[in-house]
Unconditional design. Structure first.
Length: 148
């Protein structure tokens, strides 16, 4: 079966650690992205926010539940959607790469090309760039405030 794909890239004038602090903690998502709320349903095997953790996000009336599959702190986070959107075999990856002036962020997702998946693609093609703008801005504010 063919796959659908969305991707957003951004560069933050902030350290990898400052960007990671936002990406790794579902509790911060509503403060910087297009979510209304976010949090955790259960902890992972290596900590509250680690591999195996189940997190949730609400945007409007849609509540999405995700599971963290892989984590290489502070560089890479991989997760899947368990419920909340009509997608099959959803896999998203956030990669942070240090640059001379900050951090390059790449956030990608792929899933099966089904009828529901095609509808989700339209929405996520708009959502991902908006999310990236919020993440970059929040990381830069965090950096300016001297957070580590």
């Amino acid at each position: 079966m063919s796959r659908l794909h969305v991707e957003a890239d951004g560069t933050a004038d902030a350290s990898v650690e400052n960007v990671w602090a936002l990406v790794a903690d579902a509790n911060t998502y509503a403060a910087w992205g297009p979510w209304d709320e976010g949090g955790y349903e259960s902890a992972g095997t290596d900590g509250a926010q680690g591999v195996g953790a189940v997190r949730w996000f609400r945007t409007g009336r849609t509540r999405t539940v995700e599971k963290i599959l892989e984590m290489e702190e502070p560089r890479r986070l991989v997760y899947t959607v368990m419920k909340g959107v009509p997608v099959r075999n959803y896999r998203a990856e956030v990669t942070l790469t240090a640059t001379a002036s900050g951090t390059q962020v790449t956030w990608t997702a792929t899933w099966d090309k089904t009828l529901g998946g095609r509808l989700v693609h339209r929405a996520l093609a708009k959502f991902y760039p908006e999310m990236m703008v919020g993440l970059v801005s929040a990381a830069e504010r965090r950096q300016a405030q001297g957070a580590r």
